[in-house]
Design a binder for this molecule. Structure first.
Ligand SMILES: [Zn+2]
Ligand SMILES: [Zn+2]
Ligand SMILES: [Zn+2]
Length: 146
């Protein structure tokens, strides 16, 4: 099969799925393919619960892949934990937001690369405000580095 057609078909499918989602949204319906439930959010109650379940499972798997605890202070409460990109603040912010699920899947696929690490919110934010190193290591110790 010619490569061009396969790509075109994939793009067509992508466009179709996107307009399908937008149309369902406009009609106040659940976004899940084949679901006709009304919804005032993106997904109906049933499929929203399913999405949340999938998200938290992907997160738990990813956290476990990174050792399951804060690399700095050892806190293992998943409610405090967050993924930290070692050299990029933008990715750190995105990891906490809506792209998280995509990121968890990607990291799993890549075998949990060491460019990311697990930190608790304290160590993550403290590090950011302290100019690159956690206040656990000494306050304002490296404030001049960044
Ligand atoms: Zn639904
Ligand atoms: Zn910590
Ligand atoms: Zn720390």
């Amino acid at each position: 099969m010619p490569h061009k057609n396969a790509t075109e078909r994939r793009n067509y499918h992508k466009r179709y799925m996107r307009s399908y989602a937008i149309e369902k949204r406009a009609r106040g319906l659940c976004r899940q393919y084949g679901c006709a439930n009304r919804s005032d959010r993106e997904y109906c109650e049933q499929h929203r619960a399913r999405q949340l379940e999938l998200n938290s499972r992907a997160r738990a798997e990813c956290y476990a892949g990174y050792g399951g605890k804060c690399e700095c202070c050892g806190d293992s409460n998943p409610m405090f934990l967050t993924l930290d990109h070692r050299n990029d603040d933008g990715a750190k912010m995105r990891a906490a937001g809506e792209y998280a699920t995509t990121l968890y899947r990607k990291l799993k696929r890549l075998g949990f690369p060491k460019t990311f690490r697990l930190l608790c919110f304290n160590c993550n934010c403290g590090r950011y405000r302290n100019g690159g190193c956690c206040p656990h290591e000494g306050q304002f110790q490296c404030a001049s580095i960044t």
